[in-house]
Ligand binder design. Structure first.
Ligand code: ZN
Length: 761
């Protein structure tokens, strides 16, 4: 049986190992570096890029076949900003593209000496964005792929010959104010993170600047060593030629590591013996512990970066190195973010001063600590409201070191809907007819767009040709482009004119959109009210309900909605649902059509009314005038007169009797579907089907009534074919456009009552 002490010691050893990793000897570290150079030779910029690549999946390109793509891609940022967060952030397509574009440069070149300012209005979710980004960076650094290492010294007391083991231990124990017997005896290899923990054999000194372990090798030897060490030739090629790896050959360790190296070399006499004391320690970024990430709020005190030291460690170093001036264990609070992240939440109040004091650091990459220089190569991030712009002015030399990344209100309606769903639950969708929820989001977005789009004007020469589908300012068109598609009503000519240059120009306008209008918070409030009024009474929310809400009930919101936008939204909706109905009516069921034609050919040989079994399909056919007319209208058009239909039927009957049956079928042995009469009927039927698909809606009162009677008893009284067509229309709407049966019926009635077929004919 193990004692409780043993269990606890073991457990605490395990916890420490998990939390901080056990320092590995430098030689072992180099061996893993040789195996995973791509992972182990990274600075904070490269690690940030890799984190993005790991968490953001790349969707489809908008125009994959174009020789020159503008790379306006749908990125799925769920893993980065939504999953596992307390407050999800929803990046719309525009922002995701912007972010990926900027962060991609982290793997392309030297990105040091810059600060990235995310600029956006109140309620755009900036702080949620940054909090989630930092949190995911922490998580990533805790994975194997995201692991980071720093220089960690373990000064071997015996090798340094300073004192005998016991003497050294006594001294450090006394320094800690502990009696000899009271001190715990840590086991070898399981040191605490605290540098001052008295250790018998080693004095442990962490690098406060989180220096990359490889930097301890003198610059002039680095290339040869890496060349020797790394076997992956492709990686080596990149390493020796690409800008992203310049830091490997250029940067020096901090002055503490540098002076410690020199002092040890003086005592030990050979670099090999110094390297025996160099270890690499895995460290995880932690905002809470202030490890590798420092975040400042405007109200945080302690603006000045005080010099920090560790007197206890300094004393031990002095004893061990026998010279108090050789190594000064001094560093500033910036040291922590070297090779890490320094972030300002809003540039106002005390953060104004913090921002101002970054000038030197960002332009030089250096910070003075007393008479020493400290390297500070951090990923500098800041958030800013547009109205705080004056807080960063006044230093022209600094301004070109700032990269602004706009983070405006959501401009992609799909993302806006995602936000509602996230807050109110997926079931909200069930309260709406399809498209209506999207349209609610479009009203919110319309308020955020600048009214005049130069890029759209330049692209669409004559916007008036689209008045039936789009607003005159072409905001609905722009919204579609922002969401990554082109509307179906756009004419071929204008599609062709949508060149790479024009696409870029429109996307570029997102730089000025999204600064005004309903904020993220506003729109959630409005949606909440809207949904509580109309979402829970059982009736599906339709376009008239939506328009009424903004036109009547909340007329006060109207100021923010562009004039005429609601009308245009309604028009574009009408057009879109009409297309849906067309598609679903047309739904070309080859087998069904084939059987209909065969039934017709068979039926024309009988005088109505009677019931016959078709020779070819085996189906029972109710031969009636209406049965004939339905097929004949389909082929001749809805306007066909009774006489024309009769004549057509007689002609088909004649053909059938004279050639089809006697010659083609009996003599040549062809099946009915290979005969000329069948083929010509099929051609006429298919051709007209798409052209005249809306005719039942226009000219057939029976059909319209049947829709209204769908799912009530009187529906059974209609002709079989009408019943079949109506049923298939409703089914298709459900299957293809996600309507419920109730919703599909409601939509068809809407299309009929508003006479949409005639309006767009
Ligand atoms: Zn260092």
């Amino acid at each position: 049986m193990r004692t409780i002490d043993e269990v606890l010691t073991d457990l605490s050893a395990k916890i420490k190992e998990q939390a901080h990793g056990v320092p590995v000897p430098f030689s072992e570290y180099l061996a893993s570096l040789a195996q995973h150079p791509n992972l182990l030779l990274r600075n904070v910029f490269q690690r940030m890029y890799d984190m993005m690549a790991a968490f953001v999946s790349e969707g489809v390109d908008d125009y994959p076949d174009e020789p020159e793509s503008i790379r306006y891609i749908h990125y799925d940022c769920k893993k980065l900003f939504v999953e596992g967060t307390d407050h999800p952030f929803f990046a719309d397509r525009l922002f995701a593209n912007r972010l990926v574009t900027h962060f991609s440069t982290f793997r392309r070149g030297a990105q040091q000496n810059r600060i990235y300012i995310f600029q956006g209005p109140h309620g755009s979710g900036k702080s949620t964005f940054l909090n989630n980004l930092l949190m995911k960076f922490e998580h990533y650094s805790a994975t194997f792929e995201g692991g980071a290492y720093e220089i960690f010294w373990r000064l071997d007391r015996k090798a340094l010959g300073a004192l005998s083991e016991n003497e050294s231990y006594t001294i450090s124990s006394q320094l800690m104010g502990l009696g000899h017997d009271a001190s715990p005896k840590p086991r070898k290899g399981q040191q605490d993170r605290s540098p001052t923990f008295p250790n018998k054999e080693y004095l442990e000194v962490p690098c406060p600047s989180h220096d990359h372990p490889f930097l301890i090798i003198r610059r002039e030897y680095r290339k040869a060593i890496l060349d020797d060490l790394i076997k992956d030739e492709d990686f080596k090629k990149k390493l020796f030629s690409q800008k992203q790896y310049e830091w490997v050959f250029r940067e020096s360790p901090c002055s503490i590591c540098l002076s410690l190296y020199q002092a040890l070399l003086d005592i030990l006499g050979s670099p090999e013996r110094v390297f025996d004391m160099v270890y690499a320690r895995r460290y995880e970024f932690s905002r809470r512990l202030g490890q590798g990430i420092s975040v400042f709020n405007p109200g945080d005190r302690g603006v000045r970066a005080h010099v920090q030291t560790n007197q206890l460690l300094q004393d031990q170093l002095n004893v061990l190195l026998r010279d108090s001036n050789k190594v000064k264990y001094l560093f500033s609070r910036y040291a922590n973010t070297n090779n890490g992240i320094y972030a300002l939440m809003d540039i106002k109040a005390r953060n104004k001063e913090r921002f101002a004091s970054l000038h030197g650091i960002i332009s030089e990459g250096l910070h003075k600590v007393e008479d020493m220089e400290e390297n500070v190569n951090s990923l500098f991030l800041a958030l800013m409201n547009p109205e705080d712009h004056e807080n960063i002015e006044g230093a022209p030399s600094f301004t070109d070191r700032i990269t602004f990344i706009r983070i405006p209100y959501v401009l992609d309606y799909n993302t806006e809907v995602q936000i509602y769903r996230n807050i109110f639950g997926d079931q909200i969708e069930r309260a709406f007819l399809p498209r209506i929820l999207d349209n609610f989001a479009k009203v919110m977005i319309a308020s955020r767009l600048t009214e005049d789009s130069e890029a759209c004007r330049e692209w669409i020469e004559d916007p008036t040709q689209y008045t039936l589908y789009c607003d005159g300012k072409l905001q609905l068109l722009k919204m579609a482009v922002y969401a990554g598609h082109l509307p179906s009503w756009l004419k071929e000519e204008d599609r062709r004119r949508f060149t790479v240059k024009r696409r870029r120009a429109i996307i570029a306008e997102s730089k000025v959109d999204g600064n005004k209008g309903f904020s993220g918070r506003d729109s959630i409030k409005i949606f909440n009210e809207f949904y509580s009024i109309y979402g829970k009474n059982g009736a599906l929310i339709t376009m008239p309900v939506l328009c009424n809400y903004f036109r009547e009930r909340r007329r006060d919101l109207g100021d923010l909605i562009p004039e005429g936008f609601l009308e245009s939204l309604l028009n574009s909706y009408n057009y879109a649902v009409l297309q849906e109905v067309k598609e679903c009516l047309y739904y070309f069921n080859e087998e069904r059509v084939s059987k209909d034609i065969q039934n017709y050919i068979c039926a024309i040989n009988y005088e109505p009314p009677r019931v016959e079994k078709c020779l070819y399909t085996g189906e029972t056919v109710e031969v009636s005038e209406e049965f004939f007319n339905n097929m004949e209208r389909q082929i001749l058009g809805a306007g066909a007169t009774a006489r024309q239909m009769r004549a057509f039927r007689t002609e088909i009957q004649r053909q059938y009797a004279s050639t089809t049956l006697t010659q083609e079928m009996l003599l040549e042995g062809r099946p009915i579907t290979e005969t000329s009469v069948y083929k010509s009927l099929l051609e006429g039927y298919s051709h007209n089907l798409k052209e005249k698909v809306m005719e039942p809606f226009l000219g057939n009162d029976n059909f319209r009534r049947a829709i209204k009677d769908f799912d009530v008893d009187s529906f059974k009284a209609y002709d079989k074919r009408i019943r079949r067509d109506v049923t298939s229309l409703i089914k298709n709407l459900q299957r293809r456009y996600k309507y419920t049966a109730k919703g599909a019926k409601e939509l068809c009635i809407y299309v009929i009552d508003n006479d949409l077929a005639a309006r767009f004919a």
